[in-house]
Design a binder for this molecule. Structure first.
Ligand SMILES: *Cc1c(COP(=O)(O)O)cnc(C)c1O
Length: 365
């Protein structure tokens, strides 16, 4: 079976270094917020090009803490897309704010900047730009809108670690950026982990307090905080993987290029990449009107495909009818029934990707 993602294969690629890193932690004396986390934070900030990075427990917490750090409160609204991981929207509510959802554009599947002015109100405080599938949002239009209306720009980079927009690393453009390091992500831990980056040292101090009970000094809470600490084992593993992130992303781009050059089937639409960006193909997502049939066909040929995502958030039971959206959500709604994520991870072999292309090209109705 060729799977959609394969974090175990990545562990195998770097297992000697990862095992050594984990042993170093086990034999050390700090298991939470020690040297490994500090070093990871320093190395990641340098990699992204921000003054600071703060390790937290997972990507959802990263978003929630980012929103809280910006003093966004109950009653305030945060605009984002419905075409994203449910975590993006869940984090807005976890922070006590109100999510407002817009559609994505029909070509790149990232936030539709035109709808921002449709949904903005006096209560709007921030926009969360989600770099979906490893493709960058049109950050020019979105940051112009945010500047013009005095809104914070939060980047959700959970699917685009290492990607670039006009030469800048994603996560270095907005006021704050949030990364999930869930095992299947481009930079994945072997467990849960998340990172927040910012260029503002004051915000960074606040984020550090919020992740540990609001402490500035041990046992003394300055602000209402919580526990979202990153542990040393995950940080040590992430430090190993960070060293290979650019190499692994280049492998993902090569696989994507092979798919795009060789998939030829009139029922299938391949992804379109924005100019001026360096994508990192967290996922390689094609579209097909008979999606479920094609997935079944691939499954029968030993290829496991994924669906990101099958139901738009504004139509899911937990959210339906109580979340304000833009009037036209048709792109998101169409994507939910047409998208297919093909196997995509750096360790895929030439035989694997040839098999995937062959299976798709053979498909007919
Ligand atoms: C994975 C993901 C998250 C959530 O991260 P967790 O670490 O699972 O909490 C948030 N946003 C996007 C776009 C994601 O893909």
């Amino acid at each position: 079976m060729i799977t959609c993602a394969n974090p175990a294969a990545q562990f195998q690629s770097y297992h000697e270094e990862i095992e050594a890193a984990v042993l170093r932690v086990l034999r050390g004396s700090r298991y939470i917020l020690g040297e490994e986390v500090e070093e990871l934070e320093r190395e990641f900030a340098e990699y992204i090009g921000t003054c600071s990075a703060v390790g937290v427990a997972n990507g959802t917490d990263a978003l929630e803490i980012a929103i809280r750090a910006l003093d966004i409160e109950p009653g305030d609204e945060v605009i984002t897309v419905s075409h994203t991981a449910v975590a993006t929207v869940a984090a807005i509510e976890a922070a006590g704010a109100t999510p407002v959802l817009v559609d994505v554009d029909p070509v790149y599947y990232t936030i539709n900047p035109v709808q921002l002015s449709e949904v903005i109100t006096k209560k709007t405080k921030a926009v969360i730009a989600v770099h979906i599938y490893g493709q960058s949002v049109d950050l020019k239009l979105v940051s112009e809108f945010c500047n013009e209306h005095n809104l914070y720009l939060i980047e959700d980079v959970s699917q685009a670690h290492g990607g670039k927009w006009t030469g800048k690393r994603l996560g270095s453009v907005g006021d704050i950026a949030c990364f999930s390091c869930y095992p299947t992500k481009n930079l994945g831990a072997i467990g849960d982990a998340g990172i927040i980056t910012t260029k503002d040292p004051k915000l960074s101090d606040k984020i550090r307090m919020l992740r540990e009970y609001g402490w500035k000094q041990r046992y003394i809470s300055e602000v209402k905080g919580r526990n979202s600490r990153l542990d040393e084992v995950q940080a040590a593993i992430l430090r190993v993987k960070l060293r290979y992130l650019d190499i692994d992303n280049a492998k993902r781009r090569k696989i994507a290029e092979f798919y795009s050059d060789n998939i030829i089937n009139k029922y299938v639409k391949i992804p379109v990449i924005r100019n001026d960006i360096e994508p990192v193909f967290h996922l390689y997502v094609i579209r097909c009107k008979c999606r479920d049939e094609l997935i079944e066909d691939l499954g029968a040929k030993g290829i496991q495909a994924g669906i990101h995502y099958p139901v738009p958030i504004h139509l899911q039971r937990a959210y339906k009818g109580r979340i304000r959206t833009a009037l036209d959500m048709s792109v998101t709604e169409t994507l939910a029934s047409e998208v297919i994520s093909l196997p995509m991870y750096p360790e895929l072999s030439n035989t694997d990707i040839n098999q995937v292309v062959g299976a798709i090209n053979e498909y007919s109705q």
